[in-house]
Design a protein around this ligand. Sequence first.
Ligand code: NAG
Length: 505
Amino acid sequence: MDGEERKCKDFIPARWIFTVLGSVGFMVVYGLKVNLSVAIMAMVNHTAVALESSHGDDHHGDSHAVTDGLNATVVVDDCDTGGSKEEALMDGPFVWNENIQGVLLASYFYGYLLTQVAGGWVAEKFSAKHVFGVGALLNIVGTLLTPLAANISFMAMMALRVVMGIGGGVTLPAMHVLVARWAPPAERSKIASAVYAGMTLGTLFTMPFSGILASTLGWEFVFYVQGVLSILWYILWVIFVFDSPSQHPRITRTERQMIDNSIGGGSAITGPKPSVPWKAVWTSMPVWAIIVAHTCSNWGWYMLLVKLPTFMRYILKFDIKSNAGLSAVPFLCMWIFTMLFANLLDLLRAKNILSTTAARKISTSIASLPPAIFLILVTYVGCNTDLAVVFLTLGTMFLGGMYSGFLANHIDIAPAFAGTLMGITNTFATIPGIIVPSVVGIITHNNQTVEAWRLIFIITFVIFAIEFIFYNIFGSGELQEWAKPKPIESQNEHRLLEQAESKAA
Ligand SMILES: *[C@@H]1O[C@H](CO)[C@@H](O)[C@H](O)[C@H]1NC(C)=O
C-alpha cells in the first residue's frame, strides 16, 4: 500500500481534476448566461427608447419607469444619503424597450426548462461528459454568435437565447450523473459543493468583467472575449474528464478501486442501464422533499441573484459603481462558506458523527432558516445601511448550505437515476426564475419603498419556512428501495476479487 501511494503522488487525483474542471464548467455556463444582463445595458439606445415611449403612449409614460432601469422616478425614502447620482448611460445601437429586454433575458429560461429531464436521461444512458460538454458548447457558440444575431434582428437574438438555454438545461442533470460516478460518499458534500459552487463563482466574476469589457472595448467584446476564453475550458474538459473512473486511461489503480468500492456498482457503467421506475419516483416522499426544497430555495436564490442590485440601489441608495462591487460581496462570502461548510460536513460524516440524512437536513435547514430571518431583518435596519449589507451578506452566505443539502441529495437516494432526478427537481425549481422578476416588478412598480420590499421578503420568508418544514419531515439520505441496482451479484463478486487482489499486492 505504501509503495503504491508513493507512486501516486506524482499525479493529481483524477477526481480532483474532474472537480476543478466541473466547477469551471459551471462558471462558463453561468457566466455566459448572466453576461447578457450586464451587456444589454450597453447594447440599448436608451435615448431612442425614452423618445419612443414618450411618443408612443403619453398617458402611459409612467409605466416605462421600470424598476430595473436607471430612469426610475418614484423613490420614497426616509433617509436619503445623497449617494445616488444618476450616471449617463452610453447609448448602444439597439432600440429595445424594457419589454423586449425582458423577453430577451427570459428566453434563455424557456429553452432551459425544456431540456432538464431529457438531459438527465440522455446523460445516464450515454455519455454524461459529452452531454455536459455539448450543452456548454452550445452556449459558447451562441455567445460568439450573439453580436451577429443582435445585428440581424431581435427575433434572431431571441431564438439564439432559447438555443443557449436548451444547451444550459442539460448541464445540471448531466453533471449530477458525473458527480454520482466520481464522488465517493465520504467526499460527496465536498465534491458536489465545489462543482456546483462554480455557478456562484461564474456570477461573481462575470458581472464586473462584463461591465469592464463593455465600457472599454465595447459590448461586442463581452461576448467575443468570454466566448474565446470558454473554448479553452472546453478543450481541457474533453481531454481530462471521463465518464467514470473505469473509463479513465490515466487514473491510478488505487484511486479507481477506492472510488469503485465506495460507490456500489460504480464500475458497472458499461453494463445495461436500468430504466427509470417512474411510478416509484413520483410517489417517493424523499423525491418530493427535494422538489419542494429545490423550488423554494431557488425562489430565494433568484431573488438575490436578480434583484439584490435593485434593492441595494433603490432602498440602500448605493450608486451604481459601489453597487456592482458590493453586490458581489455576498456571493463571495457564500462561496467561501460553501467550501468550508462542506468540508466540515464530510469530516463529521467520516467520523460517523452524522448520518447522511442528518447531514442533508442540517445543510438544508441552514440554507433556509437563517436566510429567511436575515432578509426580514434587512427591512428593519432603517438608515443603517452598513448593518443592512451585513444582514444581506449573512443571508446569502447561509444559502450556500444548499450545495451540501438537497442539491447533493439525489445521488444519495438514487445514484443510478441522479441525472433524471436532478432534471425533474430543477424543472420545478426553474419556475421561480421566471416568476420572481414579475412578482417583484408588480409589488415595487412605482413603489420602491421599504414597505414594498418588506412584503417581498415576508413572502420569501414563508417560502423558506415551507422548505425547512417539508424537507425536515420528508427528506432522506438513504438509498431508496426502488433505486437499488438489480444485477448486483456479479458486480459484488468482481469487486471482492479486486479487493482481494489489492490486499495481496
Ligand atoms: C440613439 O437614438 C437617437 C435618437 O433616435 C439617435 O439620435 C442616436 O444617434 C442613436 N445612437 C446610437 C448610438 O445609435
